[in-house]
Ligand binder design. Sequence first.
Ligand code: CA
Length: 229
Amino acid sequence: MINILIVEDEPNMITGLKDNFEVEGYTVDTARNGEEGLKKIFEKNYDMVILDVMLPKLSGFEVCKSVRKKGNSTPIILLTARGEEIDRVLGLELGADDYITKPFSIRELIARIKAILRRRDNGTLQSGKGETVSIGKLEINFATYNAYSFFGEVQMSHKEFEILNLLWNNRNKTVSRDDLLKIIWGFEESPTTRTIDNFIVKLRQKIEENPNKPKTILTVHGIGYKLIS
Ligand code: CA
């Protein structure tokens, strides 16, 4: 029996999804806001979570982030309304397994669900586990938020991990300060580009052999940063 949780606040959307999923033979549970969704994900062992981004109380992004941060690897498909590139990038960075942009066809969504379940069953789904990667002097596991040097564990803040993860996922490409601001800080806070530069200084102190002559996180003058790997 496949057990699916729908986290969505629009009643029509819930009804539409629920009816179609039940026709597929799935068992369906629902949550009407992010908080309730988060609670249910930890209460039950769902096979799949369909998670809307625009939700009351906690956004889908925040739910996804909390789930992964606590080491829960339940597969998640995000429903994004805006269809912006930033949503897709952010969703996948936060540990979602896939995303689908509204309006979507229910057939397409069910095909995505089946694809993820297949990957889970043959062991190729990596939700929330992740591997350790080498960046400069450190070994980093982005899924568990751990960083190690030759001498042991290195303390890094959540924001430092997020910035490093974004640079890593775009390694050998320039990431602009504007994109870093939009993706890491979102719209709720508005730090200055100076804030980013300060974070980069701290990251270099942890990563670089010589923080004054960085070889891993390079400055691209007037634009942003580039992680070399
Ligand atoms: Ca919504």
